[in-house]
Ligand binder design. Sequence first.
Ligand code: NAI
Ligand code: MG
Length: 492
Amino acid sequence: MGDYQRLYIGGEWVAPVQRGVFDTLDPSDESVLARVASATFEDVDRAVAAARSAFDEGDWPRWSGAQRAEVLHLIAEGIRIRQDELAAIEVRDNGKPLPEALWDIADTAGCFDFYAGLAEQSDQQGEQSIDVPDARFTSSVIKEPVGVVAAIIPWNFPMLMASWKVAPALAAGCTVVLKPSELTPLTALELAGIADKAGLPAGVLNVITGLGREAGAPLAKHPYVDKVAFTGSVPTGRKIMQAAANDIKNISLELGGKSPFVIFADSDIEAAVEWILFGIFWNQGQVCSATSRVLVERGLYPALLERLIAATEQIQIGQGFEEGVKLGPLVSQGQLDKVLAAIAAGQQEGARLVSGGGRPGNLEKGYYLTPAIFADVPEDSSVWREEIFGPVVCLRAFDTEAEAIRLANDSPFGLAAAVMSRDIQRCERVARGFRAGIVWVNCSQPTFVEAPWGGYKQSGIGRELGEWGYNNYLETKQITRYNGEPWGWYLK
Ligand code: NAI
Ligand code: MG
């Protein structure tokens, strides 16, 4: 592992003012993977000042979209050239299986290319003229970058989550201070190195590693930050919103979910099992959009449950580099403890644990958990209602379409939802019935950078990805021009 004991501020690699470090672990064997610079409020001040002056005085916001796109394409290329190495860092820092880490890195590069494309297009779009009902005026609208962006991201898709915020923000002409999660800080620092090599001007992207309380909190409430873009837990999202209230900062929040998957009895059982598994066990279930609540039409429920248990018990658990592994360790001891506590609560509340939910016997070290299935889960139990963020799926039977939609929507969250049936019209009806920002039909989880991402209700505010993600980082300005005779109100 490289040297991660410096922060990237104003185009320089600098030691944190208080010289602090923290350890990031390899969750597969609990060893220290790297010692990492631990930023505090002094470093936050420096990073925000660098981003502020790059925005207020630098070239980046004033360049054409095409000029910015050139650098973004170079960043994408820089990521692709090192994709195997970056994926390997992700496996070691987060625990995820290598093939999934390779998807992450490919999508990270793709995200930079996509927003480079939108930056190029924005040059052509220019001003939008507005019809106003008075011939003495012409009015038009232009888009401008929002300013200095604080991007605070989680540990489940470390480099990919960085790109979902950094790429559109930079494309729009903003400058950024990025704070990765203290559990998986390494690829954010690698991204800084890649952006530096790609010729990104100093101060446009700053990366500070550090703890939530010591680095995240002062960043979120910094008066020189114009916008906070956050992905993570609801409690932290609430704190970010409170901090933003002081200066009426622009915020976007992508928080958790407890997403339903409604499966009708006419579904192909193998397809249903495949997508249930993918919907909850990829990335060890540490996915905000995981379809963790599965509603199965009663006629199919017993057979589906039996096939699901058999398939789940075949899942190969192990270290992310091992061939055939589909479930790595959870990210941390804390996350493992949280998931184990949720499983214990579910058992107490009358949900039937029919598979997994314990430590695998053959792995002594590492934060491993066998994938868990709860059947016949009561509607009011905590495992049915609360986000677990681990490889735990809950099943329940339903009798009618209306009941399925009611159960699906009975949640404080509204990030994603999925439906499966051979009846296309029914799928379309149910898709429209869900109160969620992302709906999958006959699948669960596939995500495209072109399509909007975000939730209803407590799952957050705003949308990332696609043109929606780009607009997150733009202000709208109207310019109204008077071309008439003297106004003649005060001065006749
Ligand atoms: P978290 O929400 O506390 O952390 C996310 C980011 O926020 C990290 O970079 C962290 O350093 C930062 N942060 C923490 N406290 C902060 C504060 N007061 N001000 C500003 N930034 C702060 O999530 P954590 O503790 O890593 O995981 C806890 C739970 O959150 C998980 O068990 C899971 O349920 C949920 N989660 C949801 C994610 C999602 O994609 N929606 C991603 C990760 C976690
Ligand atoms: Mg780690």
